[in-house]
Write a protein that binds this ligand. Structure first.
Ligand SMILES: NC(=O)c1ccc[n+]([C@@H]2O[C@H](COP(=O)([O-])OP(=O)(O)OC[C@H]3O[C@@H](n4cnc5c(N)ncnc54)[C@H](O)[C@@H]3O)[C@@H](O)[C@H]2O)c1
Length: 287
């Protein structure tokens, strides 16, 4: 496939571009900045808040491509607190709308977009309805950043209703990690509250890439959203003991494996064939 990845210069995007290329796709990075250490050939520079530029780029870019089969939309200000709420709202919602609308008008029928675990109710100052959390309860965005992710999911549902051939997949990624981030993980162990805010979850960027690759391959028309996390937590302690200590009143709906994720990936396993291959417990190896 010929695939445009927005935000391909970013933390997650750099790995996603590599994973999709290794799978045999032609991949084009649409970003406002080149990747660190990258040259002009590694990016098609774009301001995604500019609708005209986005519509134009998704319809073809001279010397690069004449048409696209799919768009993977990752570009965003990636967390609350990095800019004002207004700047986050403007940048992220306009980028999301322009990419969805531009893809639609260019006749691109496959879109995967980065949503976020935050819509599950992070930082869980109000406890989750049950553990492990899944995709079955209504979104509970608690920040402007998360609100935009929720609105993008809603927007995509309507776009799929307008066009029955369109496939849009929302990836509710957990906290993105690169292998070099794993050295810090043992420092989480001394206090269960340090990582309670996302139920001690994480996603290895390479496994995020796998999930995106599989979503593009499966390509079921309509909208689906998936929690994408690794199979384990960031902690050495058992998952059951963490849930019991920090969320004593929250029902635990299954018997948790020793380090099993409390961000359920069962739906992604079932519908995408997603299976995490990496873990901080053995960073250089597949598990
Ligand atoms: N990092 C995480 O822990 C995490 C967790 C869940 C979801 N996500 C989502 O995953 C995606 C990627 O996150 P990341 O950590 O790689 O972020 P990042 O900041 O490393 O990369 C984002 C990229 O988007 C580009 N960008 C932002 N606004 C743009 C615009 N208007 N025009 C053109 N380019 C623009 C930036 O230049 C940057 O290269 C985001 O949508 C983020 O919300 C991230």
């Amino acid at each position: 496939m010929r695939i445009a990845v927005t935000g391909g210069s970013g933390k997650l995007g750099r790995t996603v571009v590599r994973v999709l290329r290794e799978a045999g796709n032609e991949v084009f990075n649409l970003d406002q900045a080149p990747p660190p250490g990258g040259g002009p050939g590694d990016v098609i520079r774009i301001d995604l808040t500019n609708a005209g530029e986005v519509a134009d780029a998704l319809s073809g870019v001279d010397d690069r491509y004449e048409s696209l089969d799919a768009v993977v939309h990752l570009a965003a200000i990636p967390a609350p607190g990095q800019r004002s709420n207004t700047a986050i709202f403007h940048n992220n919602i306009l980028s999301g709308f322009n990419v969805f609308e531009g893809a639609r008008k260019a006749g691109i029928k496959r879109i995967v977009h980065a949503s976020s675990e935050t819509v599950l109710g992070l930082p869980f100052d109000v406890p989750p309805p049950y553990i492990p959390v899944d995709e079955e309860y209504p979104a509970q965005p608690n920040s402007t950043y998360s609100l935009v992710k929720h609105l993008e999911e809603k927007m995509a549902i309507e776009l799929c209703r307008w066009d029955p051939e369109l496939s849009v997949t929302g990836m509710r990624f957990s906290n993105v990690m690169l292998p070099e981030d794993y050295a810090a993980f043992p420092s989480f162990d001394d206090d269960a509250m340090k990582r309670k805010w996302n139920l001690w979850g994480y996603i290895d960027a390479r496994d995020a890439g796998q999930a995106i690759r599989k979503a593009l391959d499966v390509r079921t028309p309509g909208y689906e959203t998936f929690i994408i996390a690794n199979a384990d937590t960031v902690m050495s302690r058992s998952s059951a003991s963490l849930a019991a200590e920090v969320f004593p009143d929250v029902p635990v709906t299954k018997e948790l494996g020793e380090h099993e994720t409390m961000l359920s990936i069962d739906k992604a396993r079932r519908l995408l064939g997603y299976e995490p291959e990496f873990s901080w417990r053995s960073p250089s190896q597949e598990v």
